[in-house]
Ligand binder design. Structure first.
Ligand SMILES: [Zn+2]
Length: 349
């Protein structure tokens, strides 16, 4: 058994949290009291792959603790069904692993590695591992969750709790908990999770949902969210809408190098709030240019800025000179972009 820690903040110049560390224990002995008392319970495990070439693989596993004999065996799929009790022979010795020379020879001839057909003895000292990740100070999650892995998962069980500004804790097991996994999620290659998270004023839940795949055939209760902001119920749902807008006006943007660009500008007045709550309004400038204003050199995103959308000062919106003020703001924004992207004007031909 050995343990070690990793400091994830070590190489960060500006760490988000006060502490961010990983703690690991490897090769920890597995206890398995029932199996030690009664012996392992041999069962046929494996998979039937449905996609592409049909592939059916069978091996032996202990149904109680999830330990596999060494080797695990390579049974005839026509003879052995998944989940059936294994009553076939098991050898007393584990054959030595293939030599490096043999592995190289097989790889050169593109031949598969030989797999012993008969399962071997149960491992004398099965081991597993634990891992934990602790964040003290700002973390990105609020909520908690549990994961039960599948037959192919490296992490058999995992759990996390996130307390937002206070921190977070993530833990997982390797090999430990395979008995639980075999009880709750024995077949298939989908891990399952139970999760409750809070963000954007809502509570989001997952109940025994597949971890990496959402399907339209999943029952409704499996995933969902509910608004938990009291204002949502007292004052109505939050929304935003345009309540006023100007005509689209043509104008010219003049950059410091003297070049001019034709653009069109339009102002929109937005109102945000809840039906029975206080409303706030702000103005926004919407502009576009068919030729675009050059702000970068040789970028895959394109070198010209073709338009933009952003806040516009309320005090300017009512001015008779709002068009000129808008074109000055566009020039200033494009200059800031040029500075940010290190723009160099192309040399005159
Ligand atoms: Zn066992």
């Amino acid at each position: 058994m050995h343990r070690f820690t990793v400091d994830y903040n070590k190489d960060e110049t500006n760490p988000r949290s006060r502490l961010h560390r990983g703690y690991f224990i490897h090769q920890a002995p597995r206890i398995m009291p029932l199996c030690r008392l009664l012996g392992h319970k041999a069962m046929v495990d494996g998979y039937d792959r449905q996609y592409g070439d049909r592939e059916r693989v069978r091996w032996v596993v202990c149904d109680r603790c999830g330990v596999r004999p060494e080797p695990q065996g390579f049974l005839d799929a026509d003879e052995w069904n998944l989940g059936q009790q294994y009553t076939g022979p098991m050898t007393d010795t584990t054959p030595p692993p293939p030599s490096t020379t043999l592995i190289k020879q097989l790889a050169r001839k593109q031949l598969p590695m030989p797999r012993p057909k008969t399962p071997g003895p149960w491992p004398a000292r099965p081991t597993g591992a634990f891992g934990a990740e602790l964040v003290i100070g700002k973390s990105s999650t609020i909520g908690f969750g549990l994961k039960v892995g599948n037959a192919g998962s490296e992490h058999v069980l995992a759990a996390h709790i996130g307390l937002g500004p206070l921190g977070a804790l993530f833990i997982h097991t390797e090999r430990f908990g395979q008995g639980i996994q075999r009880r709750l999620n024995p077949t298939g290659y989908d891990s399952r999770e139970v999760d409750l998270a809070f963000h954007h004023g809502k509570a989001w839940w997952t109940i025994w949902g597949r971890r990496d795949e959402h399907s339209t055939s999943d029952p409704k209760w499996m995933r969902g969210n509910i608004n938990i902001n009291p204002a949502h119920y007292l004052l109505g749902p939050s929304s935003g809408e345009t309540i006023q807008e100007t005509e689209t006006a043509p104008t010219t943007v003049r950059m410091p190098d003297g070049a001019t660009y034709d653009v069109t500008v339009k102002l929109e007045k937005w109102q945000h709030g809840r039906p029975r709550g206080r409303k706030t309004t702000h103005w926004a400038l919407n502009w576009s240019s068919t030729s675009g204003i050059p702000t970068r050199n040789h970028s895959w995103k394109g070198d010209n800025t073709l338009g933009g959308y952003g806040p516009f000062p309320d005090a300017y919106a009512g001015s008779p000179h709002w068009v000129e003020l808008a074109s000055a703001q566009i020039a200033a924004d494009c200059m800031k972009d040029r500075a940010r992207y290190g723009y160099r004007a192309p040399e005159a031909a």
